[in-house]
Design a protein around this ligand. Structure first.
Ligand code: ATP
Ligand code: MG
Length: 369
């Protein structure tokens, strides 16, 4: 899959911008605050209908304007699609080939992307909820089963938590209803655990090769950290262990009024050998680990979706030494479309740029070199 063209109206610092991308590597060069990240953000919004940045959607709209529009033309081997997102103070409208789409879940997957932003270092440094959120976004793009189970899990979790509070203040309330909720919760938890485990396993198949290739360090892997010790991720085992936990902690759950065990408490870490990268990794090692993780996703997406995603890489070269910059480019310089932003191309090996087109961005205008 490639994104052939984008047209922005009133998006962040742009009143109007049209770019035609090439099918391989596209590099956007510009000084700070010129609007490089904004271009990638607009493509992210076109793919997922919302931003990875915090804040309300009205922030997309150029200052002093009252709407923004992002249009894109997507091409795969077989077809071409026009996507459009219109956002005003009144809300959001989404169109595919000029037909309005009402249901978000019907829209996602028209444009598949993998994005790296400097904020993604939070994948290592940030809170568990940041990582869980990432798992949800990524696995939802490739598994409807996951998306459904996860949404239902959350609904039941909320009801169960409410019910624990009721039980605590009202001794006459019905404990058997709690058992029913627990049973339902476990049913969905099984799917969430299994899909997350499968996804992390697949990342682990790909990431060591990529990381070693760029930075020369062996044995990187992700460790899935559930707050219940499972011997396997078989349904029976998950059910048995979760039931045990809920039994043993009934009183604590009642007092606190929350469900203490389950995938809503999951986490994962990056390890090199037996060292946790969060505690021992340098800034560059961490950045390359996150980037390798993103690149490891390419083949997972490809397997599931039967097409390659578009890679959006924001500011990938800062804090990375020259040798590794070239290694990264060598890895990306394959049969995949990438859109990369950087402030400069100093010391980049010319050979790496043979397949690349370069856009320079200055004063809200983009010029193809
Ligand atoms: N809604 C908006 N309306 C107008 N301008 C905006 C809006 N939102 C952000 N901007 C401006 O867009 C400019 C470009 O931001 P962007 O983050 O894309 O820069 P950048 O080229 O990625 O810079 P850096 O190299 O520092 O990352 C900023 O100066 C910002 O103030
Ligand atoms: Mg930027």
């Amino acid at each position: 899959m490639i994104i052939d063209k984008i047209s922005l109206s009133n998006f962040r610092n742009y009143d109007r911008l049209d770019i035609k991308f090439e099918k391989n590597m596209n590099i956007i060069i510009g000084n700070n605050a010129q609007g490089k990240t904004n271009i990638l953000e607009s493509i992210y919004v076109l793919a997922l209908t919302k931003s990875y940045k915090q804040g309300i959607e009205e922030n997309f709209i150029k200052f002093n304007e009252n709407f923004t529009k992002i249009k894109g033309i997507i091409k795969t081997d077989k077809l071409k699609k026009d996507l459009e997102i219109f956002i005003s103070l009144k809300g959001k409208k989404i169109k595919v080939n000029n037909n309005e789409i009402k249901k978000l879940s019907d829209y996602i997957s028209n444009l598949n992307i993998i994005m790296f932003t400097p904020d993604d270092l939070e994948i290592i440094k940030g809170s568990p909820s940041f990582r869980r959120n990432l798992l949800n976004i990524q696995i939802s793009q490739i598994s409807k089963r996951y998306l459904q189970a996860y949404n239902e899990y959350n609904k039941i979790l909320k009801i169960r938590n409410e019910y624990l509070k009721i039980l605590y203040i009202n001794n006459l309330a019905d404990f058997s209803y709690l058992d029913i909720l627990t049973e339902k919760l476990i049913d969905k938890a099984i799917i969430v655990y299994q899909e997350r485990q499968k996804y992390i396993d697949q990342i682990n198949l790909n990431i060591p090769f990529i990381y070693e290739n760029i930075i020369g360090l062996k044995n990187i892997r992700l460790i899935y950290e559930t707050n219940v010790d499972f011997k396997t991720f078989e349904a029976e085992e998950i059910k048995k262990k979760l039931l045990e936990k809920y039994q043993q902690n009934k009183q604590r759950e009642l007092v606190q009024g929350i469900t203490l065990y389950g995938p809503h408490r999951d986490d994962f870490s990056f390890f090199i050998g037996d060292k946790n990268l969060k505690l021992f990794g340098s800034q560059g090692q961490q950045k390359i680990a996150v980037l390798s993780y993103k690149l490891a996703e390419i083949s997972i997406f490809e397997q599931k979706l039967k097409t390659k995603p578009v890679l959006l890489l924001d500011d990938i070269f800062s804090e990375i030494d020259i040798k590794k910059r070239n290694k990264i480019l060598a890895y990306i310089n394959k049969d995949i479309q990438s859109i990369i932003t950087t402030t400069d191309l100093k010391n980049i090996n010319k050979k790496m740029l043979e397949n690349a087109v370069i856009f320079e961005i200055k004063n809200n205008k983009v010029e193809r070199k």
